[in-house]
Each structure stands twice: as C-alpha cells, then as structure tokens.
Design a protein around this ligand. Structure first.
Ligand code: NAG
Ligand code: NAG
Ligand code: NAG
Ligand code: NAG
Length: 965
C-alpha cells in the first residue's frame, strides 16, 4: 500500500515541481484579480487581468496592462509597479494590493475612489512612490504612515476629502523627497515646522491646507527644495528672507494668503528660479531691485497687493522674463525705457496702477508679445510705431490712460488681435484702411477719443467682429455699406460723431445685431424698414439725427427694451403699436409725427395723456366687471359640480385628456374636490389636494375660474394646457391630465408635498431650508427655466417666475409651476400684451401699470430678472416686497446695501456663518440676472452653468486663473 503511494508520489513529483513557480506567479496574479474584483471598473480598463487574458498570459501578471514587473530571474517575476491613473475606478481602496510585497510604485490618481486611506500600505517594504491624488478618500491620514513608511520617497494625496489635523507626523518619513497634500480639508493649523527637518525634500505642495500663522524662517533649511507651493492658505506675517537661501528653488507660489510687509531682497540670487507668484496678498513697499537679476526668471505675478513706488530699472535687463502681471497695486513712475528689448516678453499686465510716461517702443522687440494690458494708468504719449509691427499681439487693452497722437496705420491691421480697447484716451487720426487685415478682431472699442475721418469700407472685412463702439469721436462721412457684411455683429455704437448720409438698407442683414446706437449724428434719409427684420434687436437709438419720412410699420416686429427716434424730422402717422406708455419718450421732437389721428397743431403730448387716462379707466372698469363675473361664475360652477356629482348621468359630460398615464377617472377627481382640501388660491383659480386611484396617490387639482366672464385675454386654460402638455422635464411640474365640461375646467398635477418655495421660505418653516437645500432649489429651478428657454421648440417664456410658482417635492427638490401666462416665443408681438408678472419680480422699465405689469416687451430676459429675484430671496431670506426693508423692492435694497456695507451684509444671517463664500458667489449670479439692461442678463443656460460652478469651485483642482480684466 505504502509502495503504491510512493509510486504515485514519484509519478506526480515532476508535475508538482513544474507547478511550483507558476503557483507563485499566480499568487501575485490572484492579488491583482482580487483587487480588480473589489473595485468598480466602469470602462473595463482592467478587463484583461486574469480570466480575460489569453491563456498563455493568464498566470503571468507581468504581461497584463498597466502592470510592471522587475526582471529577476532567480525567483518568479514580481509586480513592482501599477499605473492605474485616470481610469474612473470607483469603490474603496483594494486592500489586496497591500499583499504585493515587491510593489515600488503605485499610482491610483484621478479616479473616484472613496473611503479611508489604507493603513496597510505602510507595511510594504519597497514602496517608494505613492500617488492617490484626485480621489475622494476621506478621514485622517493613518498615523502609522509616519512611523512605518520607511521606504517612501514621494507621497501625493492632493485633492481628496481628507480631514482631521494636519498630518505633521509625515515628517517622520525621513527619506521623503516629495510631499503633496494640497486641496484637502484639514483643520486649521500653523505651518508644520517639523517638515524643515526633511533634508531631501524637493517638492512641498501644501496649497489650500488651512495653514495659518507665519512662514517660519527655518524654511531656509530645505536646501534641496525645487517647488514650494503654499498658496491659498491663511498665512500671515512677512515672507521670510531665508527663502533667498533655497538655491535649488525653481517655483515659489505664495498667492492668496494674507502675507504683509515687503518682498524680501535676495531672491535675485536664485539661479534656477523660473516662476514666482505672490499675488493676492497684502504686500507693501517697492519691488526689490535685485529680483529681476535672477537669470532664469520667466513668470512674475504680484497682482492684487499694495505694492508702491517705481518699477526697478533692472526690469529692462531681465534676460528670461516673459510674463509680468502686476495689476491692481499702487505702482508709479514709468516703465523702463528699453523694457522688452532683452527678454522674450509675451504677457504684460500693469493695469490699475499709477504708472505714467510713454509706452516703451521695445515691448515687442523679441516678437513674442501677445497680451498687452496697460489700462487704468496714466500712460501718455503716442502708441509706438514699433507696435504696428507686432504681429503676435492678440489682446490689446490701453483704455483709460492719457494716450494721444495718431495711431500707427499698421497697428490697426494686426492679424491676430481679437480685442482692441483704446477707449477714453485722446488718440487722434483716422482708422486706417489696413484695418481690413485684422481678421480676428472680435471686439473693437474706440469710444471717447479724438478720431476723425470716414470709417473705412475695409471694416466690412472683419468677419469676426461682434462689438464695435466708436462713440464720442469726430468720425464723419457716411456709414460704410460693407458693415452689413459683419454677420456676427451684435453691438454697434457710433453715437456722438458727425456721420452723415443715409442708414444703409443692407443693415437689415445684420441678423445678430441687438444694440444699434447711431444717435447724435447728422444722418438723413428714411429709417430703413429692413431694420424691422433684425429679430435680435433689443435697443435701437437713432435720436438726434435728421431722419425723415414715416416710422416704418415693420419696427413693430422688434422686441425693444429701449427705443429712441426722438429729435429727427419724422412725419406721418405713428403705427398704433407704439402708442404704449413705454414709448412715451421715443418720439419726442418730431413735430411732423402724430399718434392715432393727425391734427396739424395738436399738442401731441397732452393728447397722449388723455389717451392714457382713458386706457386706465377702461382697465379699471373691466377689472370690476371681471371680479363680479368671477364671483358669480364661481358660485355657478360649484352648484354645477354638486349637481353633477349628485346626478348619475353627469358622468358623460366630463372629458378627461391625459398627458401621462393615470390610474383614476374623471369621477374620482371631481368627487374628491372638497372645500376643506383647498391648498391654495391664485389669480387663475383654486387648488385642491385630492387622494385618488388604487395607490391612494395625492394629486393637486387646479380649478380654473370659469371662462365666459374672465376676459379672453387671461384665459389661462388653453395656454397652460398647450404649454405644459408639451414639456417634459424633471424640474417642471408634471401635468397629468385636464378634465373639462361645459362650465368647469380642472388641471390635475403631480402633488408637491412641500408646497411653494415662497410659503416655505417666508413662513416659520423657513428655517428648514439650510443653504445646501436652497442651493439645490436654485439649481433645480434654473434647470427648469433653462429647459423652457433653450430646449423647447419654440422656446417658452414663463412670464410669472416667482417663489410662489416654484414648488418643492418631498426631498425639497424644486419644480417650476404655473404656466398660466407662459407664452411661446415667436408668436406675434400683439399677443404678448397680456397681463403678466407679479409685483417685485418685474424688471424696471418693463413695469408700466402699478400692481400688474402691462407690458408688450416680456422677453426671456424678463424671466431671468424674475429668477434673479428668486435667488435673492434664497440668499437673503427676505420677501421680494417686504415691510422691513422699507419702500424698496428687494433688488434695490440688496444693491444699495451692498454698496454701503458690502456683500456679506445682505446674506441671510442664520446661514451666513458656514456658507458665506458660496452664498456670495450665488449672490453675484443673482445680481447679474437682475441687471438693469436686459442684454447684460446672462441666458438661463449660463445661469445654470454658473450656479453649478459654485460647487465645482469649492473644490478646485488647479491654481485659480488670474482674474482677467
Ligand atoms: C531578485 O530576487 C532576489 C530574491 O528575492 C533578491 O534577493 C534580489 O535582490 C532580486 N533582484 C532584483 C534585481 O530585484
Ligand atoms: C467626490 O466628492 C465630491 C465633492 O464632495 C462630490 O461632488 C463627488 O460626487 C464625489 N465623487 C464620488 C465618486 O464620490
Ligand atoms: C490658527 O488656527 C487655529 C485653529 O483655528 C487657532 O486656534 C489659532 O489661533 C490660529 N493661529 C493664528 C496665528 O491665527
Ligand atoms: C480652499 O478650499 C476650500 C474648499 O476645500 C474652498 O472653499 C476655499 O475657497 C479654498 N480657499 C482658497 C483660498 O482657494
């Protein structure tokens, strides 16, 4: 028996020996397969690991993607590296990786991993490089990492959700060369001075780590430091001069702190320094003379400080400087005469200082200058002829200086310039015909200078031009016909010049034009009827010219918020459309023009007044009739409902039209209407809560006031049904069906258990809504409106956006409701004249009659204004028209209070403590929405984007871009 066993063993022995190395390899393989199994791999990047691999490769992880092994022939190959960056891997850290004993480099950066950092990694004896940046790891850095991580040379934990005390104990990893902890959520702490003991440290990245206190002078001990980034902390005190000892330093980022005092002398000795950013601090004093002696210094950012005094002369000899941003300081004196001659200058921004003297002729001597921002200083003299050769220039902003003289002819035609801003100087000469070469020009702002001569026909070659303003100059001659080729032009302002001749009829081809200001010139001829074809036109000012003929009826097609053709020589009968009050000042000073009926000597203004009076009294009378009628019909309707419910044959008279699947009948609804269940009452009818269907589902039923009496104009039923049945969006209240009979009309909606935002916010329940909830509501409502404006065909204007029309579901998600007055854009302007809007939500200038806005010019921009008011309610917690804020509406109160005491003073004080920054950001968006000039209000799509960015900003991956001026 034993012999048989021995024989068997002998027979299998070679096989067992053969299996031995393979089994070892496969244990590493198994760890990887286990790791793969424990995480989510949505893109299948690791599908080739294990079973998926070709048979020959199955047991050999060294052939698997993203796995590297050491070439070691004495034992089985061992996994030494895993490169698993940017694979959208999710789930927790795969603990089986801690079993890969030979692992040297592990990169799991930029995935979606969550949960705690794995303490077990510290037990890996060979791990030198660990990169877990850009995930959602949370909790504290394991304390054991400090004591046990002997081998580690590079640790990167940037951009996770790590909390707890700053892990100063990492300073115990004595061999550390790279320590990157930026953008986590550590508790405030002073600069961890223990780190200066890490003699080998080359990279120290601790931006946005809540560090406070001062930067210790001992930082000068880090002799090997190449990269030092302490930006976006709360560091205060002075920059220690000892950083001048860090002789290996290439990059130093200290922006966005509260550093004060002067810039230390001695940085010029740093032979390897390339980039330095001290922006957004409170630094004072002069820029030290020696700084620009640093031979490799390429980028210097010191904007938004309190630096003063002259610029050092050494600036002109800095050999490598390409990017200098020193805007918003109090620097004075001239730019050094030969600045740019010795360095590859590419980006220069000295805006908003007190710099004076001429613009150096040498700025573009190396042929690299792209961005030249010198605005808001006291520079004088002419634009140097040499800049006319600077074909690399892209962005040129020289406004608000004291520049004079003739602009060099070639300067106009630079091929890459897309922004040319010369306004508010004393520049003279003509716009040279070479302008035709400026093919990239998108914005050209020349207003407030002394330019003369005719506008060249070559302007018509600037196909990218969107904005051209040249008001308050001395331009003469006629308007070039070629301007009509500028198909992207949306703003043309040539007011206050001496232009003559006719307005070219071809201007009607400027389909994007929304603002046209040709006022205060000497234009003659007629107003081209073709202007009425420019659908985008929002502002049209032709006042103070010598235009004659009739006011073209075609202009009625435009939705104008500003319309002025006063002080011309117009004559004839004014189209009836323009008799509205908002046009009261549009036609002054045209003696030949008469409204309605012509009387040669009639005082047209007095006539206008009597007309207004009669319109108002008619409106009041109809309001009274309406009220009486509504009451009567309400009564009739109730009687009818009762009789219908009582009599059995009433069933047939109700018609149910469903837009979504419903599991109730019209009878269920009609029979459930009970005056005890009224949950709201509005201008259009009563709202009931009913519970119907087999599931006992709650629905909201809106019973509209009966039609016959209510004027056809506010017959909201068809409007609402037509609109709502078309829209489908998660942030729009769902209309399940409509139910009608001869007298009564019911709309059945999904029930929103938390009622309206207005009720919630402005009642005792307001406290329930913390800031994250309010933010979510703002985003939801914005998405709903954005859908109406941008994704419906034709677009839909809500026309009555207010907090009472934003409803909240069980999770406090918001949906936009009440389309009683919604209109699709694109119907004729005459149908736009129905009562719309609610007090406190209507943009100034659109408000005509008190209480209701009776306006012809409700555009999507009006919705945006109203939405801005809703955001203001969320941010301030105040009502749009509240007694405690006096006579003012919310917008006025917010703007005046911000002006007097700053943004934070208007925030809802019950929330401001924890969410101040985000609330201020949202407040800024609201202020854009309530801009006076409709054109300046951002489209809803951008509002959504900006709102979402508020959250994204709170967790920013990269250094903030400098604010562009
Ligand atoms: C190969 O493996 C042996 C045994 O584990 C080890 O002693 C040796 O250092 C390794 N060689 C290399 C090049 O990794
Ligand atoms: C990571 O955290 C951010 C911010 O807290 C969050 O928005 C994001 O959804 C999280 N991602 C994952 C995958 O958990
Ligand atoms: C740093 O922050 C901590 C915690 O908030 C605080 O106790 C300490 O006083 C701060 N130190 C300085 C210098 O501001
Ligand atoms: C630091 O990050 C927090 C969120 O993590 C953010 O709110 C804050 O604005 C950032 N600070 C700076 C100065 O960027």
């Amino acid at each position: 028996m034993a012999a048989v066993r021995a024989l068997l063993l002998l027979a299998f022995l070679p096989l067992l020996l053969l299996l031995q190395p393979a089994a070892e390899a496969s244990s590493e393989a198994q760890h990887l397969i286990d790791a793969r199994a424990s995480i989510i791999d949505p893109t299948g990047a690791l599908a080739g690991w294990g079973a998926g691999a070709a048979t020959a490769d199955r047991a050999s992880p060294c052939r698997w993607a993203r796995v590297s092994c050491a070439a070691n022939t004495s034992t089985a190959p061992a996994v030494v590296g895993l490169q698993l960056s940017r694979l959208a891997l999710a789930g927790r850290f795969p603990a089986s990786l801690c079993a890969l004993r030979s692992l040297e480099r592990l990169d799991l950066s930029l995935n979606d991993l969550v949960g705690p950092l794995p303490a077990c990694l510290a037990a890996l004896p060979a791990l030198t490089h660990l990169n877990l940046a850009g995930n959602n790891f949370s909790g504290e850095v394991p304390r054991s990492w400090g004591a046990r991580f002997r081998s580690l040379a590079a640790l990167n934990l940037v951009q996770n959700l790590l909390t707890g005390e700053f892990p100063e104990f990492l300073a115990d990893i004595s061999g550390l060369q790279e320590l990157q902890l930026a953008y986590n959520l550590f508790a405030p702490s002073p600069f961890p001075e223990k780190l200066v003991g890490l003699a080998g440290l080359r990279v120290l990245f601790m931006a946005n780590c809540s560090l406070n206190g001062t930067i210790p002078s001992s930082i000068g001990k880090l002799q090997n430091l190449v990269n030092l980034d302490l930006s976006s902390n709360n560091l205060s005190g002075e920059i220690p001069p000892s950083i001048g000892n860090l002789s290996s330093l290439e990059q130093i980022e200290l922006f966005s702190n509260q550093l004060s005092g002067g810039i230390p002398v001695g940085l010029g000795g740093l032979k390897n320094l390339r980039s330095l950013d001290f922006s957004m601090n409170r630094l004072t004093g002069e820029i030290p003379e020696d700084l620009f002696l640093a031979p490799r210094l390429d980028s210097v950012h010191m904007y938004q400080n309190n630096l003063s005094g002259p610029l050092p002369a050494t600036l002109a000899t800095a050999p490598s400087l390409s990017d200098l941003r020193i805007f918003q300081n109090q620097l004075s004196g001239p730019l050094p005469p030969e600045f740019g001659k010795n360095c590859p200058l590419n980006f220069l921004d000295t805006s908003d200082n007190r710099l004076s003297g001429p613009i150096p002729a040498t700025l573009c001597a190396s042929g690299k200058l792209e961005q030249l921002m010198l605005l808001d200083n006291q520079y004088e003299g002419a634009i140097p002829v040499e800049l006319g050769q600077c074909r690399t220039l892209m962005r040129v902003r020289l406004q608000s200086n004291r520049l004079s003289g003739v602009v060099p002819p070639e300067f106009w035609g630079l091929p890459s310039v897309y922004l040319l801003e010369l306004r508010d100087n004393a520049l003279s000469g003509t716009v040279d015909p070479s302008i035709g070469g400026a093919k990239n020009m998108s914005k050209m702002l020349l207003q407030g200078n002394k330019f003369t001569g005719a506008l060249p026909a070559e302007l018509g070659n600037l196909y990218s031009l969107q904005e051209f303003k040249a008001s308050n100059n001395g331009f003469s001659g006629s308007l070039p016909q070629s301007i009509a080729n500028l198909s992207l032009l949306y703003n043309l302002d040539l007011s206050n010049n001496s232009l003559s001749g006719e307005i070219p009829r071809d201007f009607g081809k400027l389909k994007k034009l929304s603002q046209l200001d040709l006022s205060s010139n000497h234009l003659t001829g007629i107003i081209p009827p073709e202007l009425g074809e420019i659908n985008e036109m929002n502002m049209l000012d032709l006042s103070n010219n010598e235009l004659s003929g009739q006011v073209p009826a075609q202009l009625q097609n435009l939705r104008l918020t500003h319309f002025n053709i006063s002080y011309n020589k117009l004559s004839g009968v004014l189209p009836a459309f323009f008799s509205g009050l908002q046009y009261r000042d549009s036609f002054l000073g045209n003696p030949g023009l008469c409204a309605g009926f012509c009387q040669s000597n009639g005082n047209s203004y007095a006539k206008h007044r009597t007309m207004i009076k009669s319109v108002v009294s008619i409106l009041i009378a109809s309001a009274i009739i309406l009220f009486v009628g509504i009451t009567w019909f309400g009564y009739k309707c109730r009687m009818y409902k009762m009789s219908a419910a009582e009599s059995d044959d009433g069933k047939s008279s109700w018609v149910l039209t469903s837009f979504h699947r419903v599991d109730f009948t019209e009878r269920d609804i009609v029979n459930s209407l009970d005056e005890n269940n009224v949950i709201g009452q509005g201008g259009a009818g009563k709202v009931y809560k009913v519970v119907v269907g087999p599931q006992g589902e709650a629905m909201a039923v809106k019973k509209l006031w009966p039609s016959g009496v209510a004027s056809k104009r506010i017959d909201t039923f068809e409007a609402e049904v037509a609109t709502l049945s078309k829209v489908r969006h998660k942030n729009i209240v769902k209309l399940a069906c409509s139910i009608t009979n001869r007298v009564c009309r019911l709309l059945v909606y999904e029930y929103m258990p938390n009622g309206s935002l207005g009720d919630m916010l402005h009642s005792a329940k307001g406290k329930i809504l913390d800031w994250p909830m309010r933010y979510k509501i703002a985003v939801n409502a914005a998405e709903g409106l954005s859908y109406l404006h941008h994704d419906c065909q034709p677009p839909i204007i809500h026309r009555d956006v207010k907090s009472n029309n934003i409803l909240l579901d069980a999770e406090y998600g918001a949906k936009v409701a009440d389309f009683g007055v919604a209109k699709t854009i694109g119907e004729g302007p005459a149908t736009m004249s129905i009562i719309a809007g609610s007090c406190g939500y209507i943009a100034p200038g659109e408000l005509v009659l008190p209480k209701y806005a009776y306006t012809l010019h409700v555009t999507e921009k009006s919705d945006i204004y109203s939405f801005g008011v809703v955001i203001l309610e969320l941010v301030t917690g105040k009502k749009p028209m509240a007694l405690e804020i006096g006579e003012m509406d919310l917008v006025t109160w917010v703007s005046t209070t911000i002006e007097q005491s700053g943004m934070e003073s208007v925030l809802d004080q019950t929330l401001a403590e924890d969410f101040k920054d985000d609330m201020c950001k949202v407040l800024k968006i609201a202020m854009l929405c309530v801009c006076n000039l409709p054109i300046n209000r951002p489209p809803m799509r951008s509002v959504v984007k900006m709102l979402l960015e508020v959250k994204a900003d709170s967790k920013q991956k990269v250094k903030a871009a400098p604010p562009a001026i």
